[in-house]
Design a protein around this ligand. Sequence first.
Ligand code: ZN
Length: 448
Amino acid sequence: MPTLWFERALLADGWAERVRVALDGAIISAIETGVAPAPDDQRHGAALPGLCNVHSHGFQRGMAGLSERRGRPDDDFWSWREVMYRFLDRLTPDDIQAITAQAYVEMLEGGFTRVGEFHYLHNDVSGARYADPAETVGAIVAAAEQSGIGLTLLPVFYAHADFGGAPPAPGQRRFISDADGFARLVEASRAKLPGDAMLGIAPHSLRAVTAEELAAILPLAEDGPLHIHAAEQVREVEACVAWSGARPVQWLLDHAEVDARWCLIHSTHVDAGETARLAASGAVAGLCPVTEANLGDGVFPAVDYLAAGGRIGIGTDSNILIDAASELRAIEYSQRLTRRKRALLVDEAEPSVGATLFARAQAAGAQALGVTNGIAVGNAADILSLGLDHPAMIGAGADLLDRWIFAARPGAIDSVWRAGRKMVEHGRHIAADVVADRYRRTVTALLA
Ligand code: ZN
């Protein structure tokens, strides 16, 4: 195995200089600091732990950029969702694999070494179950294996179109299952997981799941993570209040024993009480700020939530643009734009916004995807390196993460190792051409 040498490395216990990292297969077997490189060491700039992408719908990468034209004067999340439903209507398992592989290649190039795939395309184009209930899970697993990204699979339970058990709409026929069918899907999914893949489950949202169904399906996760979309849209909050008298996050906190196993995706529209309670619960708020901006969802109260000790992960969700630094930057920028102040997301011990956001997203992202990460002996070797000769990084010191997140564009990521394998070299995934070629053919046919 090669030994890696970095000018600097963000280790589990902080920054170190002149660091050798030895690998034993997928695992970091030894770390030395303050040492010169040996002749055969691979030399790199600054090492960071790979980030977890807590929320992805891989197939949506194939429609990125297709819904940026005004279709009607009141275009919003709900009209975008109609475009998305039309796009997914025809996708075969092969199409899903090709598109998702492209998304995963871009994730590795963009700084993510593990993805939480919130996977809800379960049925065939007619809405019938495939003979193998986990047929499309096979497509996701194949995409993860081709790209090399770590996978935390989150099969989605989806049964209704709206609060109170409303029957599903025709455009939702590919998502739908009952509790028994979902149990078979989870079992079949578990049997397909490769390597160090993890399994959780994801009730889609309180729109799509009744309280009784939620109670019935949660045990299927065993010890795995629990993810749910919550409070992304004002209309959703209003409908939840009309149904239950409570807002979505409030309802979950009151009824679902929300704790550190949970990741509430978006949690955009939370009031002061929900913000404090969600922070105290130990759950992760799965923020997807680039998608939330793209869809016009709203702004999460990140300043108050972090001040209350809340945990934030980042997700690329619709995969409109896949880049870890862009997600982190967008969280801070949303707060600056609404508060008309700068350098907001810091804590008392750390004045750097970039360092604060990176540390929070790294820790909470791993929690939300059910893994341990960080550059430490015994952990998986999930590492990115930033080129210190990149123009935005010249002379970087304690502001290195600020330089990367706010000023560097994606080209600053030089190499990415995932489970000890070097998947990205000079900014480019080793299978980028093969995956992009298949993606090109797939999307060309879909758009024809
Ligand atoms: Zn989502």
